[in-house]
Design a protein around this ligand. Structure first.
Ligand SMILES: [Zn+2]
Ligand SMILES: [Zn+2]
Length: 188
């Protein structure tokens, strides 16, 4: 399985923005192949197939307002017990594609995460970078197979969701350990 480090080259979610009627709401949807692994924050997210992209787009004179929503399925190991978990990722953001006349306007616009500066007039608008951003922002910081996952035994590595291991019995109650040390000293 290949590692995905940036937006896939063949991604293209294009809208002919100049053809949109002012003030009217348009719906777009795409489905694109999305296979490979994104390693993010030390977690491997393995994507299994397609990504679905929906966009509700409205033109406001020479600005485009796009509500972008993605959904994709991936697999990742549980942070505690390492068992594979299937995750259905969803994310949505509103983006403003806006032309900027002056340099100051452009700097201000670029400081805002959800404003995309349009170079030149309205034309072909590719939502690819914003879709990629939605995917990355959809990745959870922590993956759990279930909220109460018991994880692995730190001594023998057994998955404690399937029952206790013997390490637990052999461990000395920490409150008793000074006593056991005392016994050892007496024995010696
Ligand atoms: Zn788990
Ligand atoms: Zn154990």
């Amino acid at each position: 399985m290949s590692i995905i480090e940036e937006k896939p080259k063949d991604w293209s979610f294009v809208v002919h923005s100049a053809q949109l009627e002012n003030g009217k709401l348009y719906n777009f949807d795409w489905r694109a192949l999305f296979e490979g692994t994104i390693i993010y924050d030390g977690i491997d997210f393995e994507f299994l197939g397609d990504i679905e992209v929906f966009a509700e787009i409205q033109r406001d004179r020479n600005q485009i307002i796009a509500d972008v929503r993605i959904s994709a399925r991936c697999k990742a190991p549980c942070s505690r017990c390492l068992e594979t978990v299937v995750l259905d990722l969803e994310q949505n953001f509103r983006y403003f594609y806006t032309p900027c006349d002056s340099k100051e306007e452009k700097i201000a616009a670029e400081a805002d995460d959800h404003v995309v500066v349009l170079e030149g007039d309205l034309g072909l608008l590719d939502l690819g970078d914003q879709v990629w951003e939605c995917v990355i922002m959809a990745l959870p910081e922590k993956v759990l197979c279930k909220e109460e996952c018991k994880g692995l035994c730190p001594y023998c590595g057994k998955n404690l969701n399937y029952g206790r291991c013997d390490c637990f019995k052999n461990q000395v109650d920490p409150r008793l350990s000074p006593l056991s040390r005392l016994w050892k000293e007496i024995e010696e």
